[in-house]
Design a binder for this molecule. Structure first.
Ligand code: G3P
Ligand code: CA
Length: 304
């Protein structure tokens, strides 16, 4: 009797060891329910149990890091109404398009924009947060997961995004692994050069290398994945890459790299009945370690 109880205990422990430790990253906050990359979305993500809250970073004309996914303001704010003449015209595919770039506006100007109404009238008046405001909101309650967005574009405009990010972390006492156990920090980027540069600048924080369908060919071999170890501690492939090439998980794990897929979203659960079942597939069938999701409340902490 005692023996079988002990066996049950060991099995339960093994089950816990196998399934605990999957990491939930709220993609742009709880962005299925509140405007992406705003304080309401970040707060909701933490209420829904996110381990980390993601911030996409852009830079204002006066050199302030703000949280926004796009380089331009028109998709998620009323910039066209507030600043109708402040656009750049760009030609693409023979068509001219107007764009209102973050880096053409000061922080004071950006703070005049409504970043909530595009999603729902109930979010009217929501502002684009500075990264500092996001840090103040999140620290002590969840981890930070900043992404250096288009660092090369900002470099061409005279900004050093990596320096801004690392300086701000230093100012907050968050620049070293374990500095604040309740506020772990992981830096992510699609730019290998950006991640390498931060390493060369002395950054010891964990870094995640993102890649998508567009540039996957370069990374679909065991040798290529092993090379990521030079500049990151994990890979962050688009989920469809992992679904089509599940062996990539083992390659990464063999190389000592974690695997974090993006992006799980209830609006498009990839052919699964719902986003929770899709997430369970990646976490427990394919064995990924973490995922970015717009729906933190649907993250399965156990196999379904
Ligand atoms: O950073 C992970 C995921 O967010 C990458 O895609 O375009 O939403 O930043 P994106
Ligand atoms: Ca992102």
């Amino acid at each position: 009797m005692r023996g079988s109880l002990f066996c049950l205990f060991v099995l339960a422990l093994a089950g816990f060891a196998q399934y605990h430790g999957k990491t939930l990253i709220a993609h742009r906050g709880a962005s299925a329910y509140a405007p992406e990359n705003t304080l309401p979305a970040y707060r909701l993500a933490m209420e829904q149990g996110a381990d980390y809250v993601e911030q996409d970073l852009q830079i204002t004309k006066d050199g302030i890091l703000v949280c926004l996914h796009d380089l331009t303001l028109e998709r998620t704010t009323d910039v066209q109404r507030v600043f109708p003449d402040r656009y750049r015209t760009e030609e693409r595919g023979g068509k001219a398009a107007r764009h209102w770039y973050v880096s053409d506006f000061t922080l004071a100007e950006i703070k005049r924009l409504d970043a909530g109404s595009w999603m729902d009238a109930k979010f009217a008046g929501t502002r684009i947060p500075t990264w500092q405001e996001a840090i103040d909101e999140i620290r002590g309650k969840a981890g930070l997961y900043p992404e250096t967005k288009a660092p090369e574009v900002y470099g061409s405009r005279g900004f050093d995004m990596e320096k801004l990010v690392l300086d701000q972390l230093r100012k907050n006492g968050l620049d070293k692994p374990g500095a604040e156990p309740k506020t772990p920090v992981i830096i992510q980027s699609f730019s290998e050069a950006s991640l390498r540069k931060m390493g060369e600048m002395g950054c010891r924080l964990p870094r995640l290398f993102l890649f998508g369908e567009r540039d996957k060919q370069k990374w679909l071999s065991r040798q290529a994945i092993e090379r990521v170890k030079e500049f990151a501690v994990g890979i962050g492939p688009e989920k469809t890459i992992v679904r089509a090439n599940p062996e990539i998980v083992q390659w990464a794990h063999d190389a000592g790299l974690s695997v974090t897929v993006y992006t799980l979203n209830s609006a498009d659960p990839g052919g699964f009945p719902d986003v929770a079942q899709e997430a369970a597939f990646y976490l427990y069938k394919l064995g990924v370690d973490a995922l970015f999701t717009n729906n933190p409340d649907r993250f399965p902490r156990r196999p379904m």
